[in-house]
Design a protein around this ligand. Sequence first.
Ligand code: ATP
Ligand code: MG
Length: 401
Amino acid sequence: EIKMPEEAEKALNILKSCGHEAYVVGGCVRDAILGSVPSDWDITTSALPEEISSCFKNYRTINTGLKHGTVTVIINKMHLEITTYRIDGKYSDNRRPDEVTFTDKVSMDLKRRDFTMNSLAYNKEGIVDLFGGIEDIKNKIVKCVGVPDERFQEDGLRILRAMRFAAVLGFNVEEDTRKSIHKNKNLLQNISFERINNEFMKLLNGIKCSEILSEYKDVVEVFIPEISELRDELWTERLNSASLVDNIIIKLSLLFYGMDAELILRRMKSDNDTIKKVKLLTLNMDGEIVPEIPAIKRWLNKMGYDNMKLLIHLKDASLKYPEAEKKYLRKAEELMDTIVRQNQCYSLNTLEVKGTDLIAAGIPKGPGVGKLLDEMIEKVMDDELENKKDVLLGYVNNKKL
Ligand code: ATP
Ligand code: MG
């Protein structure tokens, strides 16, 4: 029924021949049933961590989280996380609860899992489906294992995980789970921004991201209070444009322009490169792009080529600007490509003289050098000066007189 890679099968066989129960479990079973290729195959077993290690003496193993019962075994370069059946305490990080109790019953291990679709275990003897997970996958339903209020209180991140799975898999959220999400949304205040960010970024790439984030705007407001300033229709409008682009920088810019995007993303613990780009784009989004060579060169000088591409893409994707204006963007993009292809000068890097050339030509070291370089870049961009070393040095020599 489920086709697993031979490495996973081998691991299950080894555990079995050592006298233990073992299954592939969680996301991989769900994805296999959905017909997509699982990114990794997790294994759950009755074997205690030391027993796992001793079963795999002939393989390379990594003690990923002995305390939590996880040993990673490497078979033919494939990393398999093998975890002892357990009952969880509270979760503080993404994958591992603070304290765990091992158990020898697979049913207990499945019960601690978040959603019915994630609570399936499979081996050659069959599939263990205690909570109707197969049915829910067929019906495309995200549903808590057990009582939603209780499960969200154990770990508030599950609220966002429910939304993430719905968005990424295109599932609907079961009614009791849905109500409980709204009711318990403030539990997300107890969750670290690292964990929130991880789920939120995955959610943003989901096919149903715009529907889910519209419906659960109140939940998003718990960790991004800034969006409460936006009327619901405006938030939905932004989500609709964001869902039409792939680039995460543009998505984030479309969602957060006009707000302090830098503050939002810093709080969310986004990486510095993302923060820097989204800030630059949102701050320059309303700048007019006149499709004429000197103006485009100035934009290139300010933003750099790659960011300029992003800015044009962003303006294009935003519903904020009239369609008529977007024709100019095509023209601007063409000009920009021509400028770069023809190696035309638009920045210090592309000017044919450097500071050292000016100093060699007798300009005294100091701020005057930079000023003169900027002046020459301006003239070159306006086509008043040719970007050739002898011409530029001629200009310098004239200055000196
Ligand atoms: P993907 O890796 O595609 O994001 P996944 O289902 O594998 O999806 P993981 O975060 O890798 O998700 O977790 C693996 C499994 O561990 C889940 O399928 C689920 O059974 C269980 N799990 C993960 N996080 C939680 C949680 N916060 N509460 C309960 N169970 C969880
Ligand atoms: Mg996973």
